[in-house]
Design a protein around this ligand. Structure first.
Ligand code: AMP
Length: 535
């Protein structure tokens, strides 16, 4: 027997309709590319998204067409999210730090018809314009911000939407229609597209506003430091619309001074980003003796395993550190770790052992760890195996790939290796491909990195396996020193010896000025392997 409830589709347009109506007075603040601060509201964002939708229809954009963005986090990027998905097209966010050849590959693979670009990124696309299918470029700014350029159909965003008013009714789409597209920075092979649906996006928004996940509401002000091209800024633009949080966008200013200013002046209560942004931020506060931004109560970190020293620095400031794990294929949220009152009563240094765990899945995500035969492993905090996931906001196959990616019994293999304790609290041990096998024993590169970053003379560390005649592979530690001169190899090994077994200690320690970082805040281990693993 069927239930007798309304057949009411879950649509991205319903999020902006809700935010613009119920929470229309709540602010949307952006730092623009030129440095100035722009203030608008959810009501204005809704109105301008509708004007954009009308403009796109007038240009002949149809449902299902892909429209790209190459932009920082700003109110205009937010309007593009909603205008494009709302009218039934697919908002495809591109990472401006991609290599030009990857940019070409992705623009062609996605067949993007329009590309919305921030003015500083115009020079990135100009040299490849004749190799990609883009018909029209829209510069995210006013008429005076459109540079001299040979790009086809070049127009400013403001001029484009200016010709239309906001009298527009969002189409009633099928909730399974695609809403947005994001390519994962695959470390092998070509990037792969994850195509989110309207339904998965809305369900993910419901999932992440839960208290133990983002825990945000109308009274909050959120700062997505994580770029809008990294898995839709982890869903924050949708979650904030669902609950009416004020949103503060950093634009291009991800430096400690810029972030501190916004966190303080805009009364930000929650921000989200990757460790490589937070490490310099916390250092800046410490060095300059800056007190915690008054309203800031939570920093949500994900994307890569954070060092304990960072977790402790955040908690010592009286800010809750909240650990999150996920992946582009999961919209992206998979787990978060909110400590219990008992755990929070432990001293900062002790409770970081809880904080290093990636946490539990919210309702909406299911997890399991399996061995090489696909058999489920026990939740005992020791057995480790591949982490597999399922749920309504998890991918089942990549864009334009015929074959699905699920196991025979319907789970998505994440490629991460993890343990799970008795309370289903998950901890990532490594990526399958980053684990180091030495003399038949596995060494977790994350464990060694975390231990190394606990050395006062080390800011950042990456560990890779290098081929070894006798042991198969041995760990090599590549680190960015915090001191000049860098600490000695002996002092690093002595420090590591306090937490790691002898055979887990790296054979070599190399100091470098910088580690190669991808735009989503991960150390590019493939590049380190290319450079160092040959011996
Ligand atoms: P991406 O799709 O670019 O967001 O990358 C997803 C991958 O990042 C995951 O499969 C993990 O390997 C890694 N990752 C994300 N969050 C964490 C975390 N909190 N700790 C360790 N690794 C993480």
């Amino acid at each position: 027997m069927r239930g007798r409830m309304m057949d009411f589709p879950l649509l991205v347009s319903s999020l902006i309709e809700h935010a613009g109506g119920v929470h229309g007075d709540r602010d949307v603040v952006s730092r623009l590319v030129g440095g100035e601060v722009h203030r608008s509201s959810w009501r204005e964002v809704r109105g301008r998204a509708k004007r954009l939708a009308r403009a796109l229809e007038a240009l002949g954009i149809r449902r299902g067409d892909r429209l790209g963005t190459l932009a920082w986090n700003t109110h205009r990027h937010l309007e593009v999210y909603y205008g494009v998905s709302g009218m039934g097209a697919v908002c495809h966010t591109l990472n401006p730090r991609l290599h030009p050849s990857q940019l070409v590959y992705i623009l062609k693979h996605a067949s993007d018809r329009v590309l919305f670009v921030d003015p500083p990124f115009v020079p990135l696309v100009e040299p490849v314009a004749d190799q990609v299918p883009v018909e029209r470029y829209v510069v995210l700014g006013g008429a005076d911000e459109v540079p001299e350029s040979s790009l086809p159909g070049l127009v400013s965003y403001e001029e484009l939407i200016d010709e239309h008013d906001e009298k527009y009714a969002w189409p009633r789409l099928d909730e399974s229609e695609a809403a947005s597209l994001c390519y994962t920075s695959g470390t092998t092979g070509n990037p792969k597209g994850v195509l989110y649906s309207n339904r998965s996006t809305v369900l993910h928004a419901y999932g992440v506003i839960q208290p133990d996940v983002f825990g945000i509401g109308r009274a909050d002000a959120v700062l997505p430091i994580v770029p809008m091209f990294h898995a839709n800024a982890w869903g924050l633009p949708y979650a904030a619309a669902a609950v009416g949080s004020k949103v503060v966008f950093p634009g291009p200013r991800l430096d400690p001074e810029g972030l501190t200013e916004q966190l303080t002046e805009e009364g930000v209560t929650m921000c989200a980003g990757v460790p490589s942004v937070f490490i310099p931020l916390l250092r800046h506060w410490r060095e300059k003796g800056i007190a915690k931004p008054p309203a800031l109560s939570m920093m949500l970190l994900g994307g890569t395993a954070p060092p304990k020293s960072l977790i402790e620095a955040i908690e010592e400031m009286g800010i809750e550190f909240r650990h999150a794990w996920g992946m582009t294929e999961m919209s992206p949220l998979g787990t978060t770790n909110r400590l219990t009152p008992e755990q929070r009563r432990e001293p900062v240094k002790e409770r970081s052992r809880h904080h290093v765990k990636q946490g539990r899945p919210p309702f909406g995500v299911e997890l399991r760890i399996v061995d090489d035969e696909g058999e489920a492993l026990p939740h005992d905090g020791a057995a480790f195996g591949e982490l597999q996931v399922r749920g309504p906001w998890v991918v089942d196959g990549y864009f334009l790939e015929d074959a699905g990616r699920l196991t025979g019994d319907g789970w998505f293999p994440t490629g991460d290796v993890a343990t799970m304790d008795e309370t289903t609290c998950m901890q990532i041990t490594d990526r399958t491909k980053d684990l180091i096998k030495s003399g038949g024993e596995w060494i977790s590169s994350i464990d060694v990195e975390n231990a190394a970053m606990g050395h006062p003379g080390i800011t950042m560390a990456a560990v890779i396996g290098v081929p070894h005649e006798r042991w198969g592979e041995r760990p090599l530690l590549i680190a960015v020193p915090a001191t000049d001169p860098p600490p000695s190899k002996e002092s690093v090994l002595e420090h590591l010896g306090g937490v790691l077994a002898r055979w887990q200690l790296p054979d070599e320690v190399i100091f470098v000025e910088n580690l190669p970082m991808g735009a989503t805040g991960k150390v590019q281990k493939t590049r380190l392997r290319e450079e160092y693993a040959s011996g």
